[in-house]
Write a protein that binds this ligand. Structure first.
Ligand code: GLY
Length: 225
């Protein structure tokens, strides 16, 4: 089977001056994940690799560069799902991990729980050997500036990937800093399986971007698939 790969870098209002950097980031993420698929790698590994690249690129609202809560903190959400066995992993309101999608994948692999939030998710990261990412490392000057002027316009610029590997298996991965100026503790659609992320080998796979509250109400990715 021919592999396939689709990425998104978020649906929010974007600064037009960052368009080229964002496109380059998407191309880099695509190339990294595509290489995995071309070499016979798994859809899950490809989807996660793409999202890691996007989390590492500060112009996207995920990982480094996540938008800030009303308290000026970073609280990130991510999830992964593979469509063969329906294994899933999701983390919410994570504060000290550079790549929340990797933490979601670690949770998927442990197969004990499927969704961890807040301090529990950060503690799980330590048990899995994830280094502590300091707030200063995740909070970019651009996001801090937006927070300082207290704009209230939402920017749900989530990132996501959907991959089909050579064996016909599907996977989806999604990661986000949430929406700008959100209340501390608010969790959006991205870590909620069926809302922000869904994969089923027999039907399709999907990663959502947009206002999480609306996406949760419609369980958008599962409905779409
Ligand atoms: N779709 C991202 C969020 O609402 O958190």
């Amino acid at each position: 089977m021919s592999p396939s790969l689709i990425l998104h870098g978020g649906a929010g209002a974007q600064d037009p001056t960052l368009r080229d950097v964002r496109l380059q980031g998407l191309r880099r993420a695509f190339d990294a994940a595509w290489t995995i698929l071309q070499h016979g790698g798994a859809a899950l590994d490809a989807a996660v690799r793409a999202v890691v690249e996007l989390e590492n690129e500060p112009v996207f609202n995920a990982g480094v560069g996540s938008c800030l809560t009303e308290d000026g903190d970073v609280e990130m959400d991510a999830s992964v799902m593979e469509g063969t066995t329906f294994r899933v992993g999701a983390v919410g309101a994570v504060r000290t991990v550079r790549n929340p999608v990797l933490l979601a994948k670690a949770l998927l692999e442990t197969e004990r729980h499927v969704f961890l939030v807040g301090d529990g998710a950060d503690r799980f990261a330590r048990t899995q050997g994830f280094p502590v990412a300091m707030r200063e490392e995740l909070r970019t000057e651009r996001q801090l500036q937006r927070w300082r002027v207290a704009q209230t316009k939402g920017e749900p610029g989530t990132v996501g990937a959907v991959a089909l590997d050579k064996t016909g298996h599907l996977a989806a991965a999604t990661s986000t800093g949430g929406i700008f100026n959100k209340q501390s503790g608010r969790i959006g659609d991205s870590p909620i399986i069926g809302a922000g992320t869904y994969a089923d080998d027999t039907l399709g796979a999907s990663s959502a971007t947009g206002q999480g509250e609306a996406i949760i109400r419609t369980m958008l990715t599962r409905t779409a698939v």
